[in-house]
Design a protein around this ligand. Structure first.
Ligand SMILES: [Zn+2]
Ligand SMILES: [Zn+2]
Length: 358
């Protein structure tokens, strides 16, 4: 029985993991995803979202400079400083982005689709067949909006805990270090993340995906679509225009004491990237800082503080090429496992790993 189950899982995994490469249509669909990078609202780089972020940045300029200093030249230098955008770390981000986009559309996204379908089936067996839950077959518009917000929050709640694990478990930190190795932040630095992170977050978010799959299964698609904005959920669209690109930027913009506690604002996430030990293990939130506020991991530095980004104590050469960013974590994780097997269980703290530049 279990051999059949493993075989079935393996076949489904192979089917989905390779679906984008198994037919010409799959390749065209994957390339279409790349083509929609700036136009599809499901893409984080869709033009309305980018425009919103530039508007927030423009607001930051107007508020931080005296009126007499306003000029086109200083505005463009404020928004697009060459010392950041042409920094070797930023150039590495651009190269990494090209490779990670191909890996995402041809491998990670198809796997996520397959994984979600599998989790949906498991959710139905557990919640409907065993627990006897009868999911709703219709909902009022306010209830649909409330459900969308609830699932968005739940999804992000699991993002928070995934991020905590990526920092606290040395083996996972070996992979998450790649994201923290950026010495300057640009919106493209957000994509500097090792694919292994994808498996960790997808696994932790699986219960939420399963619950949502069962919850929405009997509600007609047109009812759900009626609460969407340009084909995406209202809450997703609102987040899209919140200026989230500036989380990874040189602009330490604060949205004020209240919003900094709710949303991961630019200053909140930039503090997470700070290499100052006072800022380590702070601001794990991905979309909402609410979780950091609730669990006591929120840190918003004083206005005058200047943040330095990157990995303190790490050998920069280990993170200097796209190949090293992909392969290096496996080597370091392998070394960590070998040493742990030789000396005992994984008991070292993240700081111990940091200090060795692992
Ligand atoms: Zn992190
Ligand atoms: Zn980041």
């Amino acid at each position: 029985m279990w051999i059949e189950t493993v075989q079935w899982l393996f076949e489904r995994f192979s089917e989905y993991a390779l679906s984008a490469l198994s037919s010409w249509n799959g390749v065209v669909a994957a390339l279409g995803e790349i083509g929609g990078t700036f136009t599809k609202l499901t893409s984080g780089l869709a033009w309305p979202y980018v425009l919103a972020s530039m508007t927030v940045a423009g607001g930051g300029y107007l508020l931080s400079k005296p009126r007499a200093a306003w000029s086109t030249k200083s505005f463009s230098a404020f928004l697009f400083p060459a010392q950041v955008l042409a920094h070797p770390s930023a150039k590495l981000d651009y190269r990494f982005y090209v490779v990670s986009t191909l890996i995402n559309v041809f491998l990670c996204v198809p796997m996520l689709v397959g994984f979600s379908a599998l989790i949906g089936k498991i959710g139905r067996v557990v919640l409907v067949d065993y627990a006897g839950w009868a999911p709703p077959d219709t909902l009022s518009v306010p209830a649909l909006f409330a459900a969308a917000l609830g699932f968005y929050l739940l999804h992000d709640f699991m993002n928070y805990w995934s991020h905590v694990l990526l920092h606290k478990v040395p083996l996972l930190w070996a992979f998450h270090q790649v994201h923290h190795s950026a010495d300057v932040l640009t919106p493209i630095s957000a994509y500097r993340a090792h694919p292994m992170e994808f498996f960790v977050t997808a696994t932790l978010r699986a219960p939420v995906i399963g619950l949502a799959f069962v919850f929405y299964q009997a509600i007609p698609a047109q009812e759900i679509a009626a609460t969407a904005v340009f084909g995406v959920s209202l809450v997703g669209f609102l987040y899209g225009i919140s200026g989230f690109h500036l989380q990874h930027s040189h602009l330490p913009i604060s949205y004020g004491p209240l919003l900094n506690r709710i949303l991961v604002t630019p200053i909140v996430h930039q503090t997470h990237h700070s290499n100052d030990p006072r800022h380590h293990d702070k601001n794990f939130g991905v979309k909402f800082a609410l979780w950091d506020w609730i669990f006591g991991t929120l840190c918003v530095p004083a206005r005058h503080e200047r943040l330095q980004f990157g990995l303190a104590g790490a050998n920069k050469e280990d993170f200097a090429t796209v190949g090293k960013l992909y392969v290096g974590p496996f080597k370091r994780a392998g070394g960590l496992i070998r040493r742990s097997l030789a000396s005992g269980p994984f008991a070292r703290s993240q700081n111990a790993v940091r200090s060795e530049g692992l």
